[in-house]
Design a protein around this ligand. Structure first.
Ligand code: G1P
Ligand code: ZN
Length: 548
């Protein structure tokens, strides 16, 4: 007989309200009752909406250290709480976009995703847990705040005293009243991609043998998805997907798809013999980087180009509704939207702000400058999807990445764009810098800095067009009459001290000036940002720690 135990728990108060999940060191998660407390709070929250028997959830993660143990804990708590149905990705593997798809496809109550995204994993690395709701997207603030409140209040959690549950074989079983299905985490996602993109034309491109492609799974979750889709279904040569096996510590690497961390593909693409296309995704599979021969496609440009090419992909043909971007993302997508006569939206930083627009059918594509791009096919950003979109564009147009990008700039103008991060600043100093900027905003309006005239300066505020909720203080915007922008905001995800993000954007339509080195094209704005914000004075740092 399997019995259910009610365990006394201590209350934790270190969750950060306003965030969409918990992200901490793995060792922190391993404290007695820590994960249990959060999981019980999720199930308690779900009970407000639906009975336990009718609750169906999917569970999986990016395969990092503690993933497997966490799944055992979750399953036992779910059984003890009488949860009706649980789907578990085989061996605990499930990318964030694939989880979003499963929730939507099978009309589940929600999903529990185990990941700390692009943060390093392993014994000394990070771990995380988040809850996605029935639309497949990250839980809205009202839900996460309720879960966090419960974490601080509950005194006990329930768990089933049963044996280790095998998650490494496809199976269906029942423990007490809970059906547990171990499913193939790749297949549903691969089918979704097949419905969106022109697989035949991409297959033909690979089969002619001249197209060289490489995808970096970064030893994280996308490896199995990429192998199945790129190599097996589309016929990319074996070995096109590198670092394809999810490892508990991501091989000691930092699974963040950017020029610094996706070293192998960056080296190839900026060499004398670059491939035609390279892509990479992060720990849990939602971020993407797109590289062409000697060119890094900025995520902002990628979103704009995908929007302008939407008819090339069968799943999007003739149904483009609108595009949304986070405020710091460059305005390149807006320019496309204007020309195409569709709506564009500017939302605060963070994927959750796209949810209502997508659910209301107001936007088709959305993205953030921080390597996040996706569409209404799910409610998360999607790394493999973005790479497939580029494969579809290249196969349909038979043009190269640099040609596609250059033609885009010639037609719509180029939004030179860069992000300068100042990391690990003392919080007081970072706050003082932003407070000082806020005081200056009014005086900045209309000011002329040697030809750069400020059209508007404000602290970004967003009113959601669906539920009218207002989100304030989302970052300082200094917008110039020539469409250049200087944006500054403090990171909401950093773990050590504060991170100041300075985003610089200059809009250029002069056909002779479309090919300048980015930092050169932005040099006036960089100097002006320093003059206005006095970054050196406040932070004591004379240059950014990271330039993207
Ligand atoms: C960063 C990115 C943001 C993204 C978030 C979660 O947040 O800038 O676009 O949604 O990570 O991946 P930040 O640290 O800037 O608050
Ligand atoms: Zn991620």
């Amino acid at each position: 007989m399997i019995s259910i135990e009610t365990v006394a728990t201590i209350k934790y108060t270190d969750q950060k309200p306003g965030t969409s999940g918990l992200r901490k060191k793995a060792s922190h998660f391993k404290q007695p009752h820590y994960l249990e407390n959060f999981v019980q709070s999720i199930f308690d929250h779900i009970k407000i909406k639906t009975s336990s028997e009718n609750t169906s959830i999917v569970v999986g993660g990016d395969g990092r250290y503690y993933n497997r143990e966490a799944i055992q804990i979750i399953l036992k708590i779910a059984v003890a709480n009488n949860v009706g149905n649980i789907m578990v990705g085989k061996s605990g593997i499930l990318s964030t976009p694939a989880a979003s798809n499963i929730i939507r496809k099978y009309n589940l109550t929600g999903g529990i995703i185990l990941s700390a995204s692009h943060n390093p994993g392993g014994v000394n690395g990070d771990f995380g847990i988040k809850f996605n709701t029935e639309n497949g997207g990250p839980a809205p603030l009202s839900v996460t705040d309720d879960i966090f409140t419960r974490c601080r209040e509950i005194e006990t959690y329930k768990t089933a005293l049963c044996d280790y549950i095998n998650i490494d074989e496809l199976s269906e079983s029942k423990i007490l009243n809970t059906n547990i299905k171990i499913f193939d985490p790749v297949i549903d996602y691969a089918l979704l991609m097949q419905n969106l993109f022109d697989f035949d034309i991409i297959k033909a491109m690979f089969s002619n043998g001249n197209f060289q492609f490489i995808f970096d799974g970064m030893n994280a979750v996308t490896g199995p998805y990429a192998k199945k889709i790129f190599e097996e279904m589309l016929g990319a040569p074996k070995g096109s997907v590198i670092n394809a096996i999810p490892l508990e510590d991501f091989g000691g690497a930092h699974p963040d798809p950017n020029l610094k961390h996706a070293k192998e593909i960056s080296k190839i693409m900026f060499s004398e013999n670059p491939y035609n296309l390279a892509g990479a995704s992060d720990g849990d599979g939602d971020r993407n980087m797109i590289l062409g021969p000697n060119i890094f496609v900025t995520p902002s440009d990628s979103l704009a180009i995908i929007t302008s090419c939407s008819d090339l992909a069968p799943g999007y043909r003739g149904r483009l509704k609108g595009v949304a971007r986070s405020m710091p993302t460059s305005c390149a997508p807006d320019i496309v939207a204007e020309k195409l006569g569709i709506n564009s939206f500017e939302t605060p930083t963070g994927w959750k702000f796209f949810g209502n627009l997508l659910d209301a059918g107001m936007v088709t594509f959305c993205g953030e400058e921080s390597f996040g791009t996706s569409s209404d096919h799910i409610r998360e950003k999607d790394g493999v999807w973005a790479v497939l979109f580029w494969l579809n564009i290249l196969a349909s147009t038979k043009k190269s990445v640099p040609e596609i990008v250059m033609e885009h700039w010639q037609k719509y103008g180029r939004n030179y764009y860069s992000r300068h991060d100042y990391e690990e600043i003392e919080s007081d100093k970072a706050n003082a810098l932003v407070d000082n900027l806020r005081l200056k905003l009014f005086d900045l309006k209309g000011k002329d800095f040697m030809g750069l005239k400020v059209e508007n300066a404000d602290d970004f505020q967003y009113t959601d067009p669906i539920d009218n909720s207002v989100t304030t203080r989302q970052g300082i915007r200094i917008i110039f009459t020539d469409k250049s922008r200087i944006i500054m905001r403090l990171s909401g995800t950093g773990t050590k001290g504060a991170t100041l993000r300075l985003y610089l954007e200059k809009y250029e339509t002069n056909q002779d000036k479309l090919n300048l080195p980015t930092q050169d094209a932005l040099s006036d704005l960089i100097a002006l940002a320093e003059q206005i914000a006095e970054i050196k004075k406040y932070t004591g740092m004379d240059k950014p720690t990271t330039i993207t």
